[in-house]
Design a protein around this ligand. Structure first.
Ligand code: BGC
Length: 475
């Protein structure tokens, strides 16, 4: 299997040469964009909806933020099954429709219970988008740009978060503003649902359904002249004929890959990224800002996130995944310690009032060059192609589950172990993450998927070889 070009440059070059693929990438971008928007918008909306919906306790506010994440766990689980059953394309059309309904339901909510139900519903679409968008695209685009597209998806997640912050800031002065903050998401949701109607089915799904001729047609349309469609089709057929059972998925051979994938999923969340993404305005208010100032500064955080994600996309293939994981996570650890110091000493708050914002910006830069893109990229690289779908679903569910646990407990935790204690706890998790990356995460840069698999476990390779033997005998 050829090694995959994961460079942003490769993706841009290919997109210029192959406009149809550009169209597909843009649709994927809408899925990632909505993932970012719908998770990011709550930070600003919460400041205003508290009064209208009577969210008095921090528990109610936390649940309003976190219920979407429970919906996302369910969405990721259901969409894995749905994408196989009714196709990736139709699943994405449904998720676009769910987004539209969810946006209106949130915008028109009149009570705590209504906003909870609406945000859970929205979460179903977010969980689906986080999982089915990369899966659909990975199955449709040529392998040489698959990595670039995966990272491009993270760029769109961060863009969605930034747009959410800008929308929050833009609507801050309007009455009923939080309703608009949620409502405008109906537009990209509709574009996703309608756009997917014009997109092709995934060639792999078509082969699975026994529709080989249709798959050939899609490949011929979405490949360049020099690409060998018949060879690719034969490879897809090879893969489609081999299914990994749940027993094999949990078996010894792939255990180490799962440990790395699931650990990355957990660490991505327990360093506290989404306390910053969802509660940035609240944290800045803790640090003494007013509503509008806090929202303006959140926009800086969003811009930093986008900027450093671009840096990562451009340099990941030069400097390697490990370098960014270790350097990025070490950087965010320092920032977390700094935030703790800020909240621990009133003297520091008076003399260096800007320290909280500086620490938040440093934190987000460290995340954006490391755990942000590298988690999603690595889980698409470390699993054998035959089990990539279910294995990615497992990692995705862990990611959303931990996202829920951390966001749900943040405000309560700041009350129980203090603000500084909370940030220092995340710093301790980040130190564990760095130790794990240094000792157990392999470098996947410049390696073929088979090399990566054999690095992660000889048993996994043996399992794959066993699967392949009858295949070779048939040929
Ligand atoms: C994470 C999200 C996070 C976002 C921030 C993504 O990779 O999965 O939980 O909100 O990055 O940029």
């Amino acid at each position: 299997m050829a090694s995959i070009d994961t460079s942003g440059g490769g993706f841009v070059r290919e997109a210029v040469r192959n406009r149809r693929i550009l169209g597909v990438a843009l649709i994927a971008a809408i899925g990632g964009f909505l993932f970012g928007y719908d998770t990011g918008v709550i930070g600003g909306a919460l400041l205003f909806m508290k009064k209208d919906l009577g969210l008095k306790t921090s528990g109610q506010q936390e649940m309003t933020v976190a219920i979407l994440l429970l919906g996302a766990v369910a969405g990721a689980a259901i969409s894995g099954w749905l994408a196989d059953k009714i196709s990736r394309r139709r699943t994405k059309m449904i998720s676009g429709t769910v987004y539209v309904i969810g946006a209106f339901a949130c915008a028109f909510s009149q009570s705590y219970w209504q906003i909870l139900a609406s945000r859970f519903w929205l979460g179903l679409a977010v969980g689906t988008a986080s999982f089915v968008a990369p899966m659909y695209i990975a199955e449709l685009v040529p392998p040489r740009i698959r990595g670039g597209v995966v990272s491009f998806n993270q760029l769109m997640i961060t863009t969605g978060i930034l747009v959410a912050y800008i929308v929050d800031w833009g609507f801050a002065g309007f009455s009923n503003n939080w309703r608009w903050m949620f409502g405008v998401a109906a537009v990209p949701g509709a574009v996703l649902a309608i756009g997917m109607y014009f997109m092709p089915f995934s060639p792999r799904w078509l082969v699975d359904q026994g529709r080989e001729d249709d798959a050939r047609e899609v490949l011929e349309k979405y490949r360049l002249q020099e690409d060998d469609v018949e060879e690719e089709l034969a490879e897809i057929k090879d893969v489609a004929e081999k299914e990994f059972s749940l027993r094999e998925l949990l078996g010894k051979g792939v255990r180490r890959m799962l440990v790395v994938g699931v650990a990355l999923a957990i660490f991505q969340q327990i360093v506290g990224i989404n306390t910053v993404i969802y509660y940035a305005p609240t944290i800045l208010k803790f640090a003494g800002q007013q509503n509008t100032g806090a929202l303006t500064q959140s926009v800086f955080i969003g811009c930093t996130n986008v900027f450093f994600t671009i840096v990562a996309i451009l340099l990941l293939d030069k400097l390697g995944r490990r370098f960014f994981l270790i350097a990025g996570t070490s950087t965010l650890t320092v920032a977390l310690v700094g935030l703790g110091i800020f909240f621990a000493s009133p003297g520091v708050q008076h003399t260096v009032g800007w320290l909280a914002l500086a620490c938040l910006l440093t934190y987000i830069a460290g995340f954006a060059i490391g755990l942000g893109p590298v988690f999603w990229l690595m889980i698409s690289e470390i699993f054998p192609i035959q089990m990539r779908g279910p294995a990615m679903a497992v990692c995705t569910m862990f990611n959303w589950g931990l996202n829920f646990a951390i966001s749900y407990t943040f405000l309560t935790l700041t009350g129980v172990i203090t603000k500084q204690g909370t940030f220092w706890l995340y710093a301790a998790f980040a130190v564990c993450a760095v130790i794990f990356f240094v000792t157990l995460v392999p470098e996947t840069k410049d390696r073929s998927l088979e090399q990566i698999q054999s690095d992660l476990g000889a048993d996994a390779d043996a399992a794959l070889t066993r699967e392949r033997e009858p295949e070779t005998a048939r040929v």
